[in-house]
Design a protein around this ligand. Structure first.
Ligand code: ZN
Length: 161
């Protein structure tokens, strides 16, 4: 079975940003599962895996535009120090805030100035070219429930809605 829209794919991956330093990877024996065409993974990677089959391997380079998007300068903002409630954040660390709808908004602290903290609301991988080492472990039909939900229910995984 070859990877095509609507099929469930189990994939082992390693991600680096061009310098070979691995920044993210699947756990050994625990591939990432996604549904092809459902937008579960970045679009450039999804497109590059189309047509591959079990045990195929591939190196994929995804541009920032087809990955986590360009880095948006508007996402870099200054926040009053008081917003952190007396405890200063650490530069380079990722934190989360609550958006207007109660949604979780992750941000990275870029710099601490005398009055303000400079934060970046962009995805930490925005603006980055993504280098994936890919090994396809499984390709199968989605169950009716998975099709309905638009995501994979992993074998043995606990899944609540
Ligand atoms: Zn579900």
């Amino acid at each position: 079975m070859k990877i095509a829209n609507g099929l469930v794919v189990g994939v082992d991956y390693k991600l680096h940003l061009g310098d070979g330093d691995i920044v993210d990877a699947s756990e050994p024996g625990s591939p990432l599962y996604y549904i092809q065409g459902a937008g579960n993974i970045v679009p450039g990677l999804e497109r590059a895996l189309e047509g591959l089959g079990k045990d195929d391997t591939k190196q994929v380079i995804v541009t920032a535009e087809d990955g986590y998007g360009a880095h948006d300068p508007q996402g870099v903002q200054e926040v009053p120090k008081e917003a952190f409630g007396g405890e200063l954040p650490e530069v380079g660390h990722q934190y989360t805030a609550r958006g207007p709808e109660g949604e979780v908004v992750p941000f990275v602290v870029k710099e601490i100035k005398p009055e303000v903290v400079v934060v970046d609301l962009n995805h930490p991988l925005a603006g980055q070219e993504l280098h994936f080492d890919i090994a396809i472990r499984e390709v199968r039909e989605a169950t009716d429930e998975e099709k309905e939900h638009g995501h994979v229910h992993e074998p043995g995984g606990h899944h609540h809605h």
